[in-house]
Design a protein around this ligand. Sequence first.
Ligand code: FAD
Length: 431
Amino acid sequence: MRHIAIIGSGPAGYYTAEAALKQWGEDVKVDIFDRLPVPFGLIRTGVAPDHQSIKGVSRRYEQTALSDNVRFVGNVTIGQDVSIEELGGFYDAVVLATGAPRDRPLDLPGDRLGNVFGSAAFVGWYNGHPEFTSLAPDLSGETAVVIGMGNVALDVARILSKTRDEFAGSDIVAHALDALDVSKLRRIVILGRRGPHQIMMTPKELGELGHLSRGTPVVDPQDLPDGAEDALLEPGIRKSVSHLRAFAGNDAKGADIAIEFDFFAAPRALLGNGKVEAIEVERTRIEDGRAVGTGAFYELPASLVVSCIGYRTVPVPGVPFDERAGRFANDEGRILPGLYCVGWARRGPSGTIGTNRPDGFAIIEQIAADIGEGAGKAGRAGFDALAETRKLDVVTFRDWKRIEEAESARARSGAPREKFVDVADMIRARG
Ligand SMILES: Cc1cc2nc3c(=O)[nH]c(=O)nc-3n(C[C@H](O)[C@H](O)[C@H](O)COP(=O)(O)OP(=O)(O)OC[C@H]3O[C@@H](n4cnc5c(N)ncnc54)[C@H](O)[C@@H]3O)c2cc1C
């Protein structure tokens, strides 16, 4: 029998468990730990609440979760409640699938001003991550600036512009819906250092911006390269750029909320007195694919700033960490004998949910080569004994199903669920 501990119940964690079952069938026991009492990582707390079909992927993990050989061990923080070393004593392999839940810092003067948030915090707020429930962003100003040119920036801009009606069928949490209801934002600027040909936004998400009831996306036609140059682009980006070309025909005047793309614009400082009021921006030009400053500066008003410029993994005591890359130091997922990483914790914050699947299967192949038939360790029995002495309040998958039932029972009309946004409420809801 092999005993595997997976730390993190997001896509990477569940795909790794699925791969372990495929590899060993009945001859493996897998425990999936999570610091939250609820599973599925960013599927629950990252993927936008108005993208329910994407969130639905978690249903596919249930088949793995409900296997007799796989357990969910929620409400246990590894590195805090239990150490990596302790887990190594019980399991043949410990796999860190802890994601990259911290914002990459802006590192600009003024980035600590009020109403400046990273996207992990801001997205966590509207998606009900217990850590960010009390963020309380102030939406009473006129202009929000969203820094970044990827899909997370689009999510944030779209959510900020939507009406209550447009959230029908979504699971946006009540505190965010109520705050957005009284938002006074009239202008959302998406700020990017590079140009339209360098965006990381995908066509579907960009296309959505063109169908908002009060948000109108606008692009300055002068920012667009010559149309003939689009032919050289990879097809996905070419399609995205065709959306930007369509937005260049829009007029922001009269729009309830203008969503403006500001290309070739590098933020240099955040300005304000206690709270952010403006951003100092430098115009850039592209040289060898990189944005370089031109020396021309301007001030952009900003009552709210959300930076969407990437994420970092949180170090875990005893685990070698690559500070520069912001993830665990690893060689194709191997960290130390018996210790592995997978998903965003291995490769950083890139790719889609599906990208984590081959990752999970690859790490199980490596583990299979390393651990043979297992070393006769105690596995879950060893952990359970430790959990008992430490009085850990473990949440099981069955408990989660009760929490899930309670969330759907209290949903507003048409919504799939009203999430609990507080760990204590989640625990109470398990009954
Ligand atoms: C805002 C946003 C929107 C996105 N939208 C999409 C989308 O629409 N479509 C798409 O394909 N992809 C999307 N993605 C990407 C997708 O979410 C990721 O590819 C995927 O979630 C990464 O999986 P993971 O398992 O590595 O990490 P995560 O999903 O972050 O899971 C990590 C898990 O580890 C747990 N954990 C962390 N530390 C510990 C610890 N010390 N002890 C115990 N547990 C711990 C966390 O609680 C979490 O449950 C989005 C990402 C973001 C940030």
